[in-house]
Design a protein around this ligand. Structure first.
Ligand code: P1T
Length: 349
């Protein structure tokens, strides 16, 4: 209306009507007050880390998406941020390593790819007791707000690779942050605007359309995921299955408490742990496509050691159990019998 006075939309990096609609939806599905849409999940994580200063310390889980680990170790470490990695199986593991420099706790639950579960409420309570200024961020990509809402459990920031379940159709790359604090929202918005890794309007439209069916898709992902985890768990050629919905999962009780169901991600190892047997399986599926990414309607199979987690040094990977024998499934929404038949025939190759 006049120089310096706009009607809410001045330049699309600051705000764009389609992105605003999506950001409102992001806030709403996580019970937050503000949402932010980025050009990728990693761009969303990058935004959170830019709130920190050299010398600050981040405590993160020891099992993380390989790209998150790569960003922490190869990018931010060189700007003077410090990182420590702990098994978030128990809240005391986190409390024990808090120092005066600790400013951020980075939780992935369930973790990628080992499906470990962290008790968000317990960790947040004990961290805030130690120092209420420490921020707790949760990467909620695997669970989605349909199954778990970290802000309700005390976390300050929720992050998503919206590339996955929120988009749901493997046709966009996007990240999301959701918060419930006005000051934190202002800071994140400033970084998003100043650093510039915003989501484009067409992708925002696709993500909004994806979110409309999130609940229905998640119901089927969970049903299929559980059926496949059970099938694998009772198969004579399978050594170990990693799925929080199985009663033999280490943190099944915590998963039951904080999630309404257990999702569509399932990892497992064959009894024959040779690379050859693992690769034979990976090369033999017909319905499951061998590819990175997850959370789309189509089922995918992935080999973390050479694909999604290849950027983690072998010694670090092996320490936590990401061996060459680990296989990760993103179970889609296809007919479950087709999926089980496909896995069965690949196991018998
Ligand atoms: O790929 P991008 O949208 O930048 O999101 C990164 C990311 C962050 N957090 C989690 C838990 C993730 O799984 C990812 C991306 N993961 C894959 C591409 C994958 O296949 O595991």
């Amino acid at each position: 209306s006049s120089p310096g006075n706009n009607k809410g939309y001045e330049y699309s990096r600051a705000a764009n009507p389609t992105r605003t609609a999506l950001e409102k939806s992001f806030a709403s599905i996580e019970n937050g007050t503000h949402g932010f849409a980025f050009s990728s999940g990693l761009a969303a994580i990058d935004c959170v880390l830019r709130t920190l200063n050299p010398g600050d310390e981040v405590i993160a889980g020891d099992d993380l998406y390989g790209g998150t680990y790569r960003m922490f170790t190869k990018l931010f470490q060189k700007y003077g941020l410090k990182f420590s990695y702990v098994d978030m199986n128990s809240a005391s593991n986190v409390a024990e390593v808090i120092t005066d420099d600790t400013k951020l706790i980075w939780i992935e639950t369930p973790t990628n790819p080992l499906m470990k579960i962290a008790d968000i409420e317990e960790i947040t309570t004990s961290v805030k007791r130690a120092n209420s200024a420490i921020l707790v961020a949760v990467d909620n990509t695997f669970a989605t707000p349909y199954l778990q809402r970290p802000l309700d459990l005390g976390a300050d920031i929720v992050m998503h690779s919206a590339t996955k379940y929120l988009g749901g159709h493997s046709d966009l790359v996007m990240g999301a942050l959701m918060v419930k604090d006005e000051e934190l929202a202002k800071e994140l918005h400033f970084i998003q605007f100043a650093a510039g890794a915003v989501a484009g309007p067409m992708d925002a439209f696709l993500a909004l359309r994806g979110i409309k069916t999130l609940h229905i898709r998640m119901q089927r992902h969970c049903e299929n995921g559980k059926a496949i985890a059970k099938f694998l768990d009772s198969h004579p050629k399978v050594k170990e299955v990693f799925y929080p919905g199985l009663e033999n999962h280490t943190n099944h009780e915590v998963a039951k408490k904080q999630m309404s169901a257990f999702g569509g991600m399932v990892s497992f190892k064959l009894k024959d742990e040779s690379k050859q047997a693992t690769f034979t399986f990976l090369e033999s599926t017909n319905v499951f496509t061998l590819a990175e990414s997850l959370g789309g309607v189509e089922s995918l199979v992935n080999h973390p050691a050479t694909m999604t987690h290849a950027s983690i040094p072998e010694t670090e990977r092996l320490k936590i159990g990401i061996t060459d024998a680990l296989i990760r499934l993103s179970v889609g929404i296809e007919d479950v019998n087709d999926l089980i038949e496909d896995i069965n025939q690949a196991l018998n190759k």
